[in-house]
Design a binder for this molecule. Structure first.
Ligand SMILES: [Zn+2]
Length: 57
């Protein structure tokens, strides 16, 4: 069986495809997905993540 590895667009870590979400072929690992759902617009992470997401959204 072929291993499907991908790179998280937010943290840049390698992730398994089944462990995250994919938007237009870009992966977001489960950790970052959770991070994003818990983010508020005042979080220092938000701007950076948002910029990364803008590339795909
Ligand atoms: Zn990540």
């Amino acid at each position: 069986m072929e291993k499907q590895m991908a790179q998280c667009i937010v943290c840049g870590k390698e992730m398994r495809r089944e462990e995250g979400i994919f938007i237009r072929g870009q992966g977001i690992c489960a950790h970052c997905e959770k991070l994003i759902t818990e983010l508020t617009s005042t979080s220092p992470y938000y701007e950076r993540i948002e910029q990364n997401l803008k590339k795909i959204w």
